[in-house]
Design a protein around this ligand. Sequence first.
Ligand code: ACO
Length: 328
Amino acid sequence: MPHSSKLRSVVRGVGAYLPEKILTNKELAELVNTSDEWIVQRTGIQERHIAAKDETTSMLGAHAARAALAEAELKAEDIDLIILATSTPDWTFPSTATQIQAELGVHQGVAFDLQAVCSGFVFALATADKFLRSGSHKRALVIGAETFSRIIDWTDRTTCVLFGDGAGAVVVEASDSTGDRHERGILTTHLRSDGRHRSKLHVDGGPSATQTVGHLRMEGKEVFRFAVGQVTDVVKDAFAATGLTADDLNWFVPHQANQRIIDMSAHKLGIAPEKVIATVHLHGNTSAASVPLALSVARQDGRIKNGDLVMLEAVGGGFTWGSALVRW
Ligand code: ACO
C-alpha cells in the first residue's frame, strides 16, 4: 500500500565501509581453478574486500553508521532505533546490532538484528519505515553489514569468487508529510518470501541444526533464474502502489550480486541502462551491505541528488525479495 500517513521516513544520510584488504580475481586464481576472464565475464566482479582476522561485522557496521551520521550531521544521541541486517553476526547472541549500539555510544532506544540474507537491507529499511511512520521512534540507523568471507568454502570455485565483506548504512528520520509523492521520503515498500527454496541458497550449519557455523552452498543457475524471473514483481508492485513508472525513476539500485542479473532485471523492467547504479565490480556480493554500499558510492559521486526518485531492490536466500521506492 502507498503511504498516506502524516509522517514519512526521510533519508538524511548514507555511509559505507569496506575493509582495507582487497582480494583480486588474479589472486583468487591462485587459490582455486578459475580465471579473471571467467569471473568478469560471468559476474562483472573484479575484486572484493576481506575483513582482517580481528575485524568483525559489528566493527564494519559501526564504521558505516558513523559515516551515515556524519552525512546526516547527527550524533549518536539523536538515534533511537538501530536495525542491523546481517547473516554473519559477531556471535550467536547477543545481537550484533546491540554491539554496534554500544560501540556508537547510543544508550537510548532499541537495537536489533534482522535476517533476510541479501534482501536484509531492504527488509530492515521497510521495518524502520513502519516504526517511524507509527510515531514510536524518531530517527533510525538502518545498517547492512557482513563478513561473508567467514562462511565461504574457499575450496569451492563456484561460490568463493562471488562474495566479499563490507557495510553500508542510512539514517532515516520521521518527518511531517502531506502524502504527496513529490515530497522527500520512502514512498512505498514491498517485501516477499518463499521458504520452499532453502536448498538453492543456504548455509549448511547453524546453532540448532549442527552446532557449527557452516558454509554457504548455492545452486547458482537456480538462483540466477529466480533473481531475474521472479523478483521484478516487487518493483512492479511499487509502481502500481504509487502510480509512478520506470520513466519516472532517476536511479535503480538493485542488489549487487552479479552484473548480468542487474542488467537483465533492468531490461525486463524497462529501466534505461544509464539509470542503473552498479558497484558489484568493486566489492562483489556483500549480501545485506550491497544496496547501501551502492547508494553510498552514487551519493558521494554526485549521481543521487535530493529529490531524485530511487528504486531499491534486493533478492536473497529463503528466498526473500523486496523493493523500496524512495524520494531522496
Ligand atoms: N571459474 C571457472 N569456472 C567455473 C567457476 C569459476 N569460478 N565456477 C563454475 N565454473 C564452471 C562450472 O564448473 C561449469 O563447468 P562445466 O561446464 O565443466 O560443468 C561452468 O563453469 C559453467 O558453470 P555454470 O554454473 O553453468 O555457470 P553460470 O553461467 O551459471 O554462472 C554463476 C555461474 C556466476 C554462479 C551464476 O549462476 C550466478 O551468478 N548465479 C547467481 C548467483 C548469485 O547471485 N547468488 C547470490 C544471490 S543473493 C544471496 O542471497 C546470497
